[in-house]
Design a protein around this ligand. Structure first.
Ligand SMILES: NC(=O)c1ccc[n+]([C@@H]2O[C@H](COP(=O)([O-])OP(=O)(O)OC[C@H]3O[C@@H](n4cnc5c(N)ncnc54)[C@H](OP(=O)(O)O)[C@@H]3O)[C@@H](O)[C@H]2O)c1
Length: 272
């Protein structure tokens, strides 16, 4: 039976190219986006390109906790088995906006949503690992920008010091830490987690966040993800990958006390 992978934010950019690569490689891909119309358009294009591909779609907004909880229910109803979760969806916000939960939007979409979605789907992923006889995988799409980030434990919403870049870099540092914390908490025979910098890739996020920067093709970013989602790695759970190579994350991410403090603060924000 094909391994089942959910890729968040696979209606566009790197996620969409990763969906194509993983479906072409024989995985059963669940395409996700916030708009049902965009999910259906992406699915139709993929089905035309890959007539034998195993593809499903699901639409939900990662911008609020209610959206994430509803989305997890949709995924659990759609997928009796789930072997890989790629937390790929992300934003670079043009201004500081709080969501319906009172959480700053960058932190909400790029970090709190994947934290909550992973927690809600992990039991299904662990069951699926037992049957498959190999661990399920969480792939967190991070960024080299995490090395410029700080975790503002006393002000995660950056109420007093918000810039788009500071919020983005903090969220990407937090998602690197997420994979490391999952590795610490989970039995690696059941669930392993990695984070990955996909490269500087020409997408709408790159344009919105960084202006007219030259990016590489989406296929290149997708390869970095597909390698971890569909391939074999002997690197330990929790590793961060840059250009296909396990690389030490920033010194902040290597601070175990900071990681635990963030984990505890996140549990409160995610209200799980
Ligand atoms: N591009 C780069 O150079 C680069 C570098 C390092 C890391 N990354 C990371 O790579 C990941 C993918 O980014 P990308 O560059 O491919 O960006 P993108 O082309 O803008 O794609 C982002 C995807 O996330 C979805 N999304 C955004 N907000 C969402 C929400 N609230 N709920 C559900 N889905 C949502 C988008 O849906 P819509 O299409 O509806 O907006 C889209 O499918 C991100 O995590 C990003 O931080 C990118």
């Amino acid at each position: 039976m094909a391994r089942v992978v959910l890729i968040t934010g696979s209606t566009d950019g790197i996620g969409r190219a990763a969906a194509r690569q993983l479906a072409a490689g024989g995985m059963h891909v669940i395409v996700h986006g916030r708009s049902r119309t965009k999910v259906d358009l992406a699915l139709a294009a993929l089905r035309e390109e890959l007539p034998g591909g195993q593809l499903d779609g699901v639409a939900f907004d990662l911008g609020t906790l209610a959206g994430v909880k509803r989305g997890a229910e949709l995924v659990l109803a759609l997928a009796p088995k789930l072997h890989v979760l790629v937390n790929n969806a992300g934003i670079f916000a043009p201004e500081r906006v709080l969501n319906a939960d009172g959480i700053e939007a960058t932190l909400a979409v790029n970090y709190i949503a994947p934290y909550a979605l992973t927690a809600l789907l992990a039991p299904r992923m662990i069951e699926s690992a037992a049957e498959a006889g190999e661990p399920s995988r969480v792939i967190d799409v991070a960024s080299v920008a995490h090395t410029r980030g700080r975790i503002h434990l006393d002000d995660l919403q950056l109420a007093s010091s918000w810039t788009g870049y500071a919020a983005y870099a903090q969220s990407k540092l937090a998602i690197v830490i997420h994979a490391m914390q999952l590795a610490e908490h989970c039995d690696p025979a059941q669930l392993v987690a990695y984070s990955v910098h996909p490269g500087v890739i020409a997408t709408k996020l790159l344009r919105q966040g960084f202006g007219p920067v030259q990016g590489k093709p989406v296929e290149q970013g997708a390869q970095a993800i597909a390698m971890l989602a569909g391939g074999v790695t002997t690197e330990p759970s929790g590793s961060y990958f840059d250009h296909g190579v396990a690389t030490p994350p920033s010194s902040v991410a290597r601070d175990a006390n900071l990681r635990k403090a963030l984990w505890d603060a996140t549990a409160l924000l995610a209200k799980l």
